[in-house]
Write a protein that binds this ligand. Structure first.
Ligand SMILES: [Zn+2]
Length: 155
């Protein structure tokens, strides 16, 4: 047996079971395949669920159950929004006692590490190369989960 997702000319979707693909084609040609909702015999194989991208028609037809697919559309799930909110809050708390040093971050971090200046909690900007260089020198730096606007860019 083979199952096809079918759609009629009124857009109703339904499943049809057939002995084979040829069986489907034969029954359809004789008008034996009809929509259970409106009785229309003008039926086509329904396109797969729009959330599942498909390449070509070479793959076997799989019964689509779009309702059971995890979807990324629509508003953010509350638990994700909450987790992001907590992360943002944690970052804000961590940065409260931290001084913005802008693009001198790598320079100042290095100076502190080698005892050339008093230790202080700072945050700022570093290029990927600078961050990598600090990391390779064994200087602990951490990327911030959220971008921070330099204070002079704030209103
Ligand atoms: Zn119909």
């Amino acid at each position: 047996m083979i199952v096809f997702d079918l759609t009629c000319d009124s857009g109703h979707r339904f499943e049809g079971w057939f002995g084979s693909s040829d069986d489907y084609a034969g029954q359809r040609a004789r008008g034996l395949v009809s929509c259970p909702q409106c009785g229309s015999a003008t039926v086509e194989k329904a396109p797969m669920a729009p959330a599942v991208p498909r390449k070509g028609n070479s793959q076997p037809a799989v019964p689509a159950h779009p309702a059971k697919q995890p979807m990324a559309r629509g508003p953010m799930p509350p638990e994700v929004a909450e987790a992001l909110g907590k992360l943002a809050e944690a970052q804000a708390k961590a940065l409260k006692d931290s001084r913005w040093v802008g693009d001198t971050f790598a320079e100042q971090t290095r100076a502190m590490h080698y005892g050339e200046r008093d230790p202080e909690t700072i945050h700022g900007q570093a290029s990927l190369e600078e961050a990598q260089a600090l990391f390779e020198e064994g200087i602990p730096v951490a990327p911030l989960p959220f971008p921070v606007a330099p204070p002079d860019e704030l209103n």
